[in-house]
Design a protein around this ligand. Structure first.
Ligand SMILES: [Zn+2]
Length: 400
């Protein structure tokens, strides 16, 4: 990380400690730009007893980058609240807002929350989903790419991309849209309903939902299906109404790509069932479920070890562990890889268990018997290939 704020400030403006109100906007812009350049997905400003700590989330992990004395921090927070149209005089309530950028499709979300020593601010930066082109460029294993392409070529059904927050679902969904565009040569009508539009894809008619004006996911979706689409991308299924509308739309000849917050493919099935989606609707509408995670890959400075403490109860013979060098800014990691599991609901045992609303445990057993390659097996393979450390596997998937 290289955010020398005092150095930058002295070079451009003067002493950071003598910051005036007029200089605050430049300081805030600089912080936002630096965070984007460093590839951060979120900026956290955490008020503590002695001042405010700034931390960035990069490759899924929080790192401390700077600290500010209270008076400077207050100015920064106030500026961010102005940018997001929040009430600056209220410091005792949670608030959320968006900063619209002049660059199309780039949005920043700001949320503030009162804590013991002042307001905590979290800034979510949307900018990192644009650099992948197609499914083949996500770094997925060959067999997953093949399955993905097969499903994207279908004319109806729901393709569900699941994973926790920060697992790269959005990147995958945009890559899938581009894949469809590249293969359909303009012969399919593509529309999207998102909250908000994060990356512009020129060939898709994209819409951001706006619940305040009455355009929520469900209302938008019900109108969109009358616009003769072939492919609909729905940013995320969050409630029963959206889920049901999505599945009904899939039955009338729409291919629907959407994301859903769930820890695994089987948990996604279970949650949809819990949301009240009828088993027959789930069974006939669902085309495929993908579950994914992002894992940090090791930098070349890694060390090979056969020390028993790293071998995960002798699951591995030898492993690679992170070190740290200037190239990886001391983190020991360099980039991330997607791992993915794919569930085909047409597998007879799975289809039957959807209809009879089986619990997650039974589903997991059936999925295993059907030979579905799990996220954990994918992760273990990367550990065996010395690409990923065993600690990273535990961080992302938990201990066995
Ligand atoms: Zn390194």
């Amino acid at each position: 990380m290289n955010l020398d704020l005092p150095g930058w400030f002295e070079g451009k403006v003067g002493q950071l400690s003598a910051l005036t109100a007029e200089q605050v906007p430049r300081l805030v812009d600089h912080i936002l730009n630096c965070a984007r350049e460093a590839g951060a997905s979120d900026i956290h400003l955490r008020a503590t007893e002695t001042g405010t700590e700034m931390r960035w989330r990069i490759d899924g992990v929080i790192q401390k980058v700077a600290a500010f004395p209270p008076e400077i921090a207050n100015n920064i927070v106030a500026r961010l609240k102005v940018m997001a149209n929040l009430l600056t005089y209220r410091v005792d309530i949670p608030q959320e807002g968006r900063v619209r950028s002049s660059v199309a499709g780039k949005e920043t979300r700001i949320s503030v929350f009162p804590t013991q020593f002042g307001e905590k601010v979290v800034i979510r930066l949307f900018a990192s989903s644009g650099h992948f082109d197609t499914i083949s460029q996500l770094g997925l294993p060959e067999d997953v790419i093949e399955r993905f392409k097969y499903y994207l070529g279908q004319t109806s059904g729901v393709i569900l991309l699941t994973g926790p927050a920060g697992s790269g679902k959005t990147t995958t969904v945009y890559a899938a849209l581009r894949e469809i565009i590249n293969n359909s040569r303009g012969e399919r009508s593509l529309v999207s309903l998102e909250d908000p539009v994060e990356v512009i894809v020129p060939e898709v008619d994209q819409t951001s939902v706006n619940p305040k004006s009455g355009m929520d996911m469900m209302t938008g979706l019900r109108s969109l299906v009358r616009q003769d689409p072939d492919v609909i991308m729905v940013g995320e299924i969050r409630d029963h109404e959206t889920a049901e509308t999505v599945f009904q739309a899939s039955l009338i000849g729409n291919l629907i790509l959407t994301t859903f917050h769930a820890g695994s493919c089987t948990r996604a099935l279970n949650r949809l069932s819990d949301m009240g989606i009828e088993p027959y609707l789930l069974r006939s509408g669902l085309l495929a479920v993908f579950s994914q995670r992002l894992m940090r890959t090791l930098c070349d400075c890694k060390t090979i070890s056969n020390d028993s403490q790293h071998l995960q109860n002798d699951r591995f013979e030898r492993v690679a562990i992170p070190n740290g060098c200037p190239k990886c800014r001391g983190t020991g990691h360099d980039g991330r890889r997607v791992i993915s599991e794919v569930l085909d609901p047409d597998l007879p045992a799975i289809a039957q268990s959807i209809l009879s609303r089986q619990d997650v445990k039974t589903l997991n057993e059936l999925v295993k018997q059907a030979g579905v390659v799990s996220l954990r097996s994918r992760a273990e393979k990367l550990v065996e290939e010395l690409e990923v450390s065993p600690m990273e596997m535990v961080r992302v998937l938990g201990a066995v």
